[in-house]
Design a protein around this ligand. Structure first.
Ligand code: GAR
Length: 208
C-alpha cells in the first residue's frame, strides 16, 4: 500500500479528486496518510478532516525564519515516512533537502501544458491570465515529478483543454480543473501506486 502525503495551500479540489478516486477504486494500492497545509485557513484542511485524514498546518508565520519553518515542515513530512508526496496546489518552494531525500517521489500538478506557461511566477489563476493574454488556442494541465527547478522535472501525464471565445481566467481555470487536473492527478497516482511507470533520466517511461 503506497503511503501518500498531500501538501496543499488553498481550496483543495485536487485533494478532493484524489480522496474520491481512492474511494471509488480509481486509485488502488494507495492511502493518504497526512495532509499538510502552510495556510491555516485552507479549505483543503477541512476536506481532509471530513474524510478522516490526519491534517496539519505548518505555517511560516509561526516561525522566526525560513530555516525553522523548513525544519518543522520536513519533520511533519518525515514523521509519516511517505512513499509519495503530492503537491496539490502547494504554493511553497520546497526545501532542497526534501527534494534530494524524496527524489522521484514528489509529484506536482500544474495548470498548463509544460513547458508553456510555467516556471517562476506562474501559479494558480495567473497561469490562465497569461494563457488568455497570449491568445493560445489550447492549454491544459501537467503532472510531473519535482526536481530542483521550477516545473522542470520529468513529465508523467498531460491533458489538453481547448480555449473558448468568451473565456475569463476564472472560467478557464475551472475548465482546466474539470477536464484535465482532476483526471490526470488521480491517474498519475494510480500509475505510481501500481508500479506502472519509472523514470529514465528526464523521461518517464511505462514499466513493462
Ligand atoms: C490548481 O489549479 C493547481 O494546478 C494549481 O493551483 C490550483 C490549486 O487548486 N497549482 C499551481 O499553480 C502550481 N504551480 P486546488 O487547491 O483547488 O486543488
Amino acid at each position: 500500500m503506497l503511503k501518500i502525503l498531500v501538501c496543499v495551500s488553498g481550496g483543495g479540489t485536487n485533494l478532493q479528486a484524489v480522496i474520491d478516486a481512492i474511494k471509488q477504486g480509481l486509485i488502488t494500492n494507495a492511502e493518504i496518510v497526512r495532509v499538510i497545509s502552510n495556510n491555516r485557513n485552507a479549505y483543503a484542511l477541512k476536506r481532509a478532516t471530513d474524510a478522516g485524514i490526519d491534517a496539519v498546518c505548518i505555517s511560516p508565520k509561526d516561525y522566526a525564519d525560513r530555516e525553522q519553518f523548513h525544519a518543522q515542515f520536513l519533520n511533519a513530512v518525515n514523521e509519516k515516512n511517505p512513499d509519495l508526496i503530492v503537491l496539490a496546489g502547494f504554493m511553497v518552494v520546497l526545501p532542497q533537502e526534501m527534494i534530494q531525500r524524496y527524489r522521484n517521489r514528489i509529484i506536482n500538478i500544474h495548470p498548463s501544458l509544460i513547458p508553456s506557461f510555467c516556471g517562476k511566477g506562474f501559479y494558480g489563476l495567473i497561469v490562465h491570465e497569461k494563457v488568455l493574454e497570449r491568445g493560445v488556442k489550447v492549454t491544459g494541465a501537467t503532472v510531473h515529478f519535482v526536481d530542483e527547478g521550477t516545473d522542470t522535472g520529468p513529465i508523467i501525464l498531460q491533458k489538453a483543454v481547448m480555449i473558448e471565445d468568451d473565456d475569463t481566467p476564472e472560467i478557464l481555470q475551472k475548465r482546466v480543473m474539470e477536464q484535465a487536473e482532476w483526471k490526470i492527478l488521480p491517474q498519475a497516482i494510480n500509475l505510481i501506486a501500481n508500479e506502472k511507470i519509472h523514470v529514465d533520466g528526464n523521461i518517464v517511461k511505462r514499466t513493462e
